[in-house]
Design a binder for this molecule. Structure first.
Ligand code: SAM
Length: 516
């Protein structure tokens, strides 16, 4: 197993797009927590540390032409793959630096955003120090840093699984994939023979089945690195505090609302505790958190009054996440199920169903007159937390949803992604400059879109069926494999119809496709 500072390098990671890394998501969580987000009107700089195969980096670069995106990764295969995507997508605002964190160029400059997803828990203590010194030196004042990590106490009963996998893999031969496969087989063997650890920890026994369904390359990077730590929130906030950064809030958005994260019997505890560092620790125990996405800021400027948000963060837009939402609306957010209802939400739903609006525009709308601004803003934020509303960096046009017979893709990047990731078995992320982020399609829908933009609607379903047959990708319905040719053709035809009716107008609204 080859490695850089104990981190595996002989096997590439899996490509994936993570919307939590989008500048628009970080800016919104800052504003929600009364921290002035970086001003992006005149452009911004964004650094991703440990960018892997770069799907987040490149998708966000394509979605934010006013930003300059820099990725750093020590794995040469990762850097080369990103370089190819940058060239294929004609991205002139993204670059990748093949380097370990200890040797980044001195003239890297400062960044309004730094992101590290899937890095902190998996690197050696000295590498964490290197990350902290990059944050200290290269995050601009007022800048935001997002770090994800494996959290306690959610990992407490699973941590031994990592221990067994890593120890067994070290005894085996071959590359990391082979060792991981051998170690997994051993894990299944001792679980099935009722080793007492698994009898005493039934959730760990069930977790083995989850592992068997996952991509083996992902499992190598999750479990075979020499260093692996699940942190308490206080440890991470202490680490970043030492680098001069303050905790701002977390993602997903609902995690900023303790009443959406903990059951009612714990809520008194939160009402009487005002220290955010203490409430975060309580919350992790009440929700048994296993993974956190935390946002930190350097020298944050606060927005004490609600009205300050209208001055410092009114370039964010809100819209309904999907059509057809009716009240009462239930959101299941892990340990709590919450219900949204009432006339205020009814008004907000109709207001934001057909256009995206800024907070100032929502406050000015006749439909919601009479509601105090603070209550209205809180209702919008709670609606975002519960999945009723989306936050975007620009206005999304409903009118664009009327699609013509012939359509084309609006960017070379999206064309390149459809070419490489359609029928890959993984979701495909496409960039939207209207929202400032990426939007994922199933890999099968991606193939339909690819055929549509390449060769039009005539014979679409037959062409997709031929492509599917050539690819060897399995087709399933209700979890069952569909192998009979006529059944497969029927399913493909249904998928094409649904795509044209539902997904295509949505992609047009997002500006991902336009009229040809
Ligand atoms: C689990 S992957 C996450 C990749 C990416 N952020 C994503 O979410 O898809 C961690 C990445 O950090 C990189 N990495 C680990 N240690 C590093 C170091 N010391 N210097 C630079 N990159 C490192 C690895 O090569 C790997 O690509």
């Amino acid at each position: 197993m080859s490695s850089v500072d104990g981190y595996v390098t002989d096997v590439a990671y899996t490509p994936g797009f993570y919307p939590n890394l989008a500048p628009v998501a970080m800016r919104y969580v800052a504003s929600l927590n009364r921290v002035v987000p970086p001003n992006v009107t005149d452009g911004f700089r964004y650094l991703e540390l440990g960018c892997g195969l770069g799907r987040s980096l490149t998708t966000l670069a394509a979605a934010n032409p006013n930003g300059q995106f820099v990725g750093v990764d020590a794995n040469p295969d990762h850097a080369a793959a990103i370089q190819r995507d940058i060239a294929a997508g004609k991205l002139n605002n993204a670059r990748v630096i093949k380097s370990d964190f200890g040797h980044v160029p001195k003239d890297l400059g400062t960044f309004q955003f730094i992101a590290l997803h899937g890095v902190l828990s998996w690197v050696a203590p000295n590498v964490r120090e290197e990350i902290l010194s990059i944050a200290k030196e290269h995050l601009a004042p007022g800048g935001l840093l997002l770090a994800s990590y494996n959290a306690m106490p959610g990992w407490a009963h699973l941590q031994p699984i990592r221990g067994i996998l890593r120890q067994y893999a070290l005894l085996r031969q071959g590359d990391s994939v082979q060792r991981l496969r051998d170690a997994l087989a051993y894990l299944v063997f001792i679980r099935d023979k009722h080793a007492k650890y698994f009898e005493d920890n039934p959730r760990a026994a069930a977790y083995v089945d989850t592992l068997l369904k996952q991509d083996v390359n992902y499992l190598v990077h999750e479990f075979l690195n020499e260093h692996w730590t699940s942190f308490y929130f206080a440890e991470v906030s202490g680490m970043f505090g030492g680098a001069g950064l303050s905790f701002v809030g977390s993602l997903p958005v609902f995690t900023n609302f303790w009443d959406l994260c903990v059951r009612p019997e714990f809520q008194e505890l939160f009402r009487t505790t005002t220290n955010r560092l203490v409430t975060e620790a309580h919350k992790d125990f009440c929700a048994n958190t296993a993974f956190r996405w935390d946002l930190y800021a350097k020298a944050p400027r606060m927005m004490p009054e609600v009205a300050d948000r209208l001055r410092d963060a009114d370039d964010l837009f809100f819209r309904v996440t999907r059509s057809g939402i009716t009240l009462p609306y239930q959101a299941n957010l892990g340990v709590v199920t919450s219900t949204v209802q009432g006339p205020l939400y009814q008004s907000l739903l109709s207001l934001l169903a057909h256009k995206s609006l800024r907070l100032s525009e929502i406050l000015a709308a006749v439909e919601v007159q009479g509601t105090p601004p603070a209550d209205l803003i809180r209702a919008v934020d709670a609606g975002v937390a519960m999945g009723l509303f989306d936050v975007t960096s620009g206005s999304v046009s409903e009118a664009a949803g009327d699609v013509a017979d012939a359509v084309k893709l609006s960017s070379a990047f999206n064309h390149a992604m459809l070419g490489s990731d359609s029928l890959s078995g993984r979701p495909v992320a496409l960039a939207s400059q209207a929202t400032g982020t990426g939007h994922t399609l199933g890999d099968f829908d991606a193939a339909i879109l690819h055929e549509l933009v390449e060769r039009g609607r005539d014979g679409l379903s037959e062409r997709v069926a031929t492509r599917l047959a050539k690819s060897g990708r399995a087709l399933q319905q209700n979890g069952q494999a569909v192998n009979a040719p006529e059944e497969r053709e029927k399913l493909v035809a249904q998928a094409c119809t649904a795509f044209l009716e539902i997904s295509l107008p949505q992609l047009a609204r997002l500006g991902i496709i336009t009229k040809a």
